[in-house]
Design a protein around this ligand. Structure first.
Ligand SMILES: Cc1cc2nc3c(=O)[nH]c(=O)nc-3n(C[C@H](O)[C@H](O)[C@H](O)COP(=O)(O)O)c2cc1C
Length: 364
């Protein structure tokens, strides 16, 4: 069915078609019967492939990546597409407009996007109001960031406020230090700065867990544009500070295979197919150091079950998609879940760790 709508959506400016789709989904859910229709088209056809990661019980390991529903305005319609979990945000303490438009580009021949949105979002207060009205159909991660006009030396305050505010309503909190579109943000991945941030987050999480009687895991989302030794150093910091998961990766500032493409020269983060191998490399390097002690959420260029499986074999315990949803439509979710399920059955594996061990044995 998406094949019928796609030409119309692609005839519009990418951001307009994004806003229009979310707006229509939001409104459609007020019409009796349409929710049942959406569920019967998607959720019902998505195989059950339960996994437990970060102490969360998920109906399947395929999630929505951050950035598509920044304001928690479409939680039920997106959950009903069959995802195992959704990551909402990035939300910043105060509302902000983001970068000037135009700020999102399609590179259709490569099933890729370039965006320099710059954390356009409604801010924590409105975000929480939206979420309170939403019906939750699967676990929800909330991705937090800093406001553009918060000086670097106060970045920690924004993350602390974000963590404290979303903690009671999140199933996990994703800490975004890797968007290329907020000046200075990625510098938070540098060792000393990151160590201070992780230590503060962990101590705040301990206090919040005691106060609410509920432990909410924290995941750090990192960039694909890191040298191997930086990836290893980050992995060691995650272990030292007992961070619950790592999300790899955000969009890239590099342009692999797109050197001659005119649109690809736009500034911003690249997502979709050209990011796939780079993101998988980061996962493999993280896994080399973490060896299963901290779960990895693999994201970047997944558009098929083969792509998801590649990430799982590299070390991912969960996967997420964004750009594939734009190019392939909602059916991508169930195709990826079904493909992972059939590969697990063929191997006779009961967990991804077992699948990785079997695969390693077979290629040795
Ligand atoms: C338009 C757009 C906006 C995004 N906004 C965010 C964001 O606000 N926070 C974030 O952590 N990642 C954001 N991302 C990155 C995605 O979550 C994901 O990491 C990246 O797109 C790679 O996955 P994909 O190739 O499946 O799209 C955004 C991606 C796109 C395309």
């Amino acid at each position: 069915m998406y094949r019928l709508f796609r030409p119309l959506l692609f005839s519009l400016d990418p951001e307009r078609s994004h806003d229009l789709t979310l707006g229509l989904l939001h409104c459609a859910y007020r019409v009796p019967g349409l929710r049942t229709l959406n569920r019967s088209l998607h959720t019902r056809h998505t195989p059950s492939l339960p996994v437990e990661v970060m102490g969360l019980h998920l109906r399947n390991p395929v999630g929505l990546a951050a950035g598509l529903d920044k304001n928690a305005s479409c939680v039920a319609p997106l959950g009903d597409l069959g995802f195992g979990f959704l990551e909402l945000g990035t939300v910043t303490p105060r509302a902000q407009p983001g970068n000037p438009k135009k700020r999102m580009y399609r590179i259709e021949t490569h099933e890729a996007l370039i965006n320099r949105m710059g954390f356009n979002n409604v801010g924590l207060e409105t975000f929480l109001g939206n979420l309170a009205r939403a019906s939750r159909v699967c676990p929800l991660g909330i991705n937090i960031g800093k406001n553009r006009d918060t000086p670097a030396e106060h970045a920690l305050d924004d993350y602390m406020l974000g963590l404290r505010t979303v903690y009671p309503v999140a199933d996990y909190v994703a800490v975004n230090v890797s968007s290329p579109n907020t000046p200075g943000l990625r510098a938070l991945q540098e060792q000393e700065t990151l160590a201070a941030l992780l230590a503060a987050l962990k101590s705040e999480q301990d206090g919040l867990a005691r106060a609410y009687g509920r432990y909410v895991p924290i995941a750090l989302k990192i960039a694909p544009d890191l040298a191997d030794e930086d990836i290893h150093a980050i992995a060691r910091l995650l272990l030292t500070h007992r961070i619950d998961a790592v999300i790899a990766t955000n969009t890239t500032i590099s342009r692999p295979g797109l050197e001659n493409d005119v649109t690809a020269q736009q500034s911003g983060g690249l997502s979709g197919k050209p990011l796939r191998a780079l993101a998988t490399h980061v996962i493999r390097e993280l896994y080399r150091e973490l060896a299963g002690r901290i779960p990895i959420i693999g994201v970047g260029g997944i558009s098929s079950a083969d792509d998801a499986w590649e990430k799982i074999l590299a070390g991912a315990d969960l996967v997420q998609i964004y750009t594939a949803l734009i190019y392939r439509g909602p059916a991508a979710v169930r195709h990826i879940v079904a493909g992972i399920d059939s590969r697990m059955r063929t191997l006779g594996a009961t967990s991804f760790a077992e699948a990785r061990a079997m695969h390693a044995g077979s290629v040795r």
